[in-house]
Design a protein around this ligand. Structure first.
Ligand SMILES: Cc1ncc(COP(=O)(O)O)c(C=O)c1O
Length: 363
């Protein structure tokens, strides 16, 4: 037996299952499994990252002042000291859990929540607790009914991944108002840009209503910087101070920081990406429904479709793979009869719909 043993809660933690790549493809693959931006990064972000790569021997600015100021300016945040950067929002999920929950504590999220919340709770020895959803949607009362004296963190993605469903701002406020003050409320706005600036501002203002609320965000989705690993959060000053204490001193690369600064300033790219998503999400939803595949209303850049049985969902997934189209099986999220498809380029979306039409015509 190996004498070097991990802590028992680490050994018991099941890893996150990523969308992955399609191996053995015959031609170009339609990558519709990871909710990436089909347009890639903003051209300005590529230029900005290129401009700093030659200085890669120098450590980044440990304060990330330029990045945090650019984010604060773009998102209407007055106090830059309450904006923090991270290597993707996954790092924020991990570090916030590390700061606030451990053995004996509970970390709460909903039934079909983004799976990193469970991974992170387990990795820090906390007990993951799930609140039931109704029609694949989180509910204020169900969440509150699952809070105990031991609940330390509530993670809620709004819109949620993989369902695409969300609570209204009024519901988030009533949840926030009723949440006991010992619970840190982490609102994950990974897909908030797809709803537009008014919703982004509402989410931001939620943070200012209470001293227990944090909003985490990512550059991996609409900003098209998934490989750069860049995230940020807006939080109460006391929580920001704790976070700054334990994050890596250089947790974001200079390339990622430069790309982030250029991206938040590129309104045109953002609007174009959002409009494309809104247009194609409606086209794809209608087409899926016309094939007899029901879909919950999605507010994000992906759509869940219902195949009736797990076997039929698996067969559809295989048929798509045979046609070099990669979507996401979501059995691991308790949704084995469904598949999740990202909104991709016009061409890839059409390929997906054509292939699925051929499948549903047969079975
Ligand atoms: C809801 C949600 N939160 C966080 C993340 C993590 O994003 P990243 O670590 O790339 O910023 C994702 C990625 O899929 C997500 O869907």
């Amino acid at each position: 037996m190996n004498t070097i043993q991990p802590l028992p809660h680490i050994a018991a933690t099941k890893p996150y299952v990523p969308g992955g790549k399609l191996h053995g493809a015959k031609g170009p693959v339609a990558m519709l499994a990871s909710n990436e931006n089909p347009f890639g990064p903003s051209p300005r972000a590529i230029e900005a990252a290129r401009a700093v790569i030659g200085a890669s021997h120098v450590y980044p600015d440990p304060d990330y002042g330029a990045l945090r100021s650019a984010i604060a300016a773009a998102k209407g945040i007055a106090d830059v000291s309450r904006v923090v950067q991270a290597a993707g929002s996954d790092e924020l999920i991990h570090l916030l859990t590390q700061c606030y929950a451990g053995p004996g504590d509970e970390v709460l999220f909903t039934e079909h929540a983004f799976s990193m919340y469970r991974v992170s709770a387990g990795a820090h020895g906390a007990t993951p607790v799930t609140a039931p959803e109704t029609d694949m949607t989180a509910g204020v009362n169900a969440i509150l009914g699952s809070v105990t004296a031991r609940t330390k963190i509530l993670f809620l993605a709004n819109p949620n991944n993989p369902t695409g469903t969300m609570l209204s701002i009024a519901e988030l406020q009533s949840l926030q108002d009723a949440l006991p003050p010992h619970v840190l409320f982490v609102v994950d706005g990974a897909y908030s840009e797809y709803l537009g600036p008014a919703y982004e501002a509402e989410l931001r203002d939620l943070v200012d209503r209470r001293d227990n609320t944090v909003m985490i965000r990512t550059f991996s989705k609409i900003y098209g910087l998934a490989a750069m690993r860049l995230g940020w959060a807006y939080m109460p000053a006391a929580i920001a101070q704790i976070y700054q204490r334990i994050r890596g001193p250089f947790n974001v690369s200079s390339m990622a920081a430069a790309a982030g600064i250029a991206s938040v300033g590129d309104e045109e790219f953002l609007t174009m990406s959002r409009d494309h998503n809104t247009k194609w999400r409606a086209i794809m939803t209608d087409a899926l429904n016309a094939m007899g595949l029901s879909t919950p209303v999605s507010h994000a850049n992906f759509i869940v479709s219902e195949f009736g049985t797990a076997e039929r969902a698996a067969a559809a997934n295989q048929h798509l793979k045979d046609n070099d189209i990669l979507v996401r099986a979501i059995g691991g999220y308790g949704l084995p009869t469904k598949l999740r498809t990202s909104v991709g380029s016009a061409e890839d979306n059409q390929r997906f719909l054509d292939a699925l039409k051929a499948f549903t015509a047969r079975r």
